[in-house]
Design a protein around this ligand. Sequence first.
Ligand code: NAD
Ligand code: TYD
Length: 328
Amino acid sequence: MTGGAGFIGSNFARHILGSHPEDSVVNLDKLTYAGNLENLRDLEKDPRYRFVRGDICDRVVVREAMEGVDAVVHCAAETHVDRSNAGAGEFLTTNVSGTFTLLEAARERKIQRFVAVGTDEVYGSIAKGAARELDPLNPSNPYSASKAAADLLARAYWTTHRLPVVVTRSSNNFGPYQYPEKVIPLFITNALEDTPLPLYGDGKNVRDWLYVLDNCAAIDVVLRKGKDGEIYNIGGGNEVENVVLTRQVLHLLGKPESLITSVKDRPGHDRRYALDSGKVAALGWKPAHSFGAALEATVAWYRDHEAWWKPIKSGAFRAYYEKQYSSR
Ligand code: NAD
Ligand code: TYD
């Protein structure tokens, strides 16, 4: 797998090693600001786990890491929309060129299954109804445009080269080990520190929330049972307005709503995402966690793991965050 030191990747590595005793994992990760080996401490002594530090754009490293590998689960990416709006270069390099490098190496190594982990943001904002896999792509920001490019490139490698690719497009994930720039961990940790929760625009944008462990289970199902060349939407089925979500977080922590601060909207801010997940359901997957219980567990995790997020929030992130908000 790639990007195993990030949020979804670290949860996925733990899921695979925990549920498939016969499997082993090679984790190729560059350790960007979002990669954190603390996310994987409990796996380090497992003889079935190996970490390789490297860039997915590096052909030599990628080729070596794929030696003896049956399947690639490609999670590595630049992932934060606001960062892509501030500067898109790394997004194009990692998300597009990096994916290309992996696909080429996978062809050469005759990899039997390549899972391109993707996002519902490639469909753009959905005014009504829910996106289906063959709907047109209409990404709004450099992050989602770069993910759309990666997604299409991966499928082209199936169509042209018969590389056995499957693509997942999941909705917004939340849960343990998510970098505290994304809205749920940002708002939980800000609330724990009694600092303002910056709600963009009117706060009425809607996201369909998916607990990360449910996404890991879905990626696992697609990895094993997905059909070559197919795309699978993975939605949580929990559409929530940002302002409602924010109040829920504050309520769970017993913090006042006065911490909510309206700030200038994100440029190009997608109003709503929604997915039809019928196709992955037909493979036998459905979310196992209710939104309320999963949000409560996530709030509890951040409350109990200050030692994980405090250093992140006090280091380089603090400088990025302060720079961003000084202009709002
Ligand atoms: P993340 O930002 O938490 O982690 C990304 C990981 O990729 C980090 O460990 C980082 O070090 C690594 N990485 C970045 N550039 C790299 C490079 N050039 N070479 C090697 N490693 C590199 O991301 P995440 O939230 O875990 O997302 C994982 C994947 O899931 C991404 O492809 C993302 O687009 C997709 N996705 C995420 C969400 C979500 O809500 N988080 C939703 C849908 C899809
Ligand atoms: P985010 O977690 O960045 O995910 P994405 O943009 O990929 O969906 O944001 C989720 C929603 O929360 C999105 O509508 C933007 C909003 N948001 C805020 O209101 N304030 C914030 O500080 C952040 C980071 C996001």
